[in-house]
Design a protein around this ligand. Structure first.
Ligand code: ADP
Ligand code: MG
Length: 147
């Protein structure tokens, strides 16, 4: 398997599908970062660790999906950091380590069903990342020795 998989890049603007309005903002990577991911990393929802700039390392959930902006021929990678930030961080460097897979992409009958699923993904991510072997990866992949 390709996991754990480390990757980093600048946070760029998405196409405003209203993630923030749903209470789950998702930080997008630029196209070249998405293109550099292993092609066999299947689309779906993943969990792992994430860190913005020189900030702390937090749990995250992320999706690898098909990008509607490019008529679904390009992938998009969107990370929701499980932390309440005071400000947006467009232009900053986001570093993530993708640790495990949660589920494939789905379509939902209602916005409520989508939101409920996102919350269950977040709970699953938190639970998985509390396991000692997953927690160990947190320090291994981020060199925050400048702090
Ligand atoms: P966009 O369509 O530009 O991606 P979103 O509504 O998905 O807009 O919001 C994403 C932006 O919100 C991120 O790029 C980041 O600057 C900011 N943000 C604030 N808190 C978080 C968080 N906890 N996780 C991810 N992004 C966050
Ligand atoms: Mg987004």
């Amino acid at each position: 398997s390709q996991l754990p998989y480390y990757c980093c890049g600048e946070v760029v603007r998405g196409f405003g599908r209203g993630s923030k309005e749903l209470g789950v903002p998702t930080a997008n990577f630029p196209e070249h970062v998405v293109d550099s991911l292993p092609a066999d990393l299947t689309t779906g929802i993943y969990y792992g660790w994430g860190c913005v700039g020189t900030g702390d390392i937090y749990k995250m959930v992320m999706s690898i999906g098909w990008n509607p902006f490019y008529k679904n021929i390009k992938k998009s990678v969107e990370t929701h950091i499980i932390h309440q930030f005071t400000d947006d961080f467009y232009g900053e460097i986001l570093r993530i380590v993708i640790v495990g897979y949660i589920r494939p992409e789905k379509s939902f009958d209602s916005l409520d069903a989508l939101i409920a699923e996102i919350h269950s993904d977040i709970e699953e991510a938190k639970k998985q990342l509390d396991l000692p072997e997953r927690r160990k990866l947190k320090e291994r992949y981020f060199n925050n020795s400048h702090k």
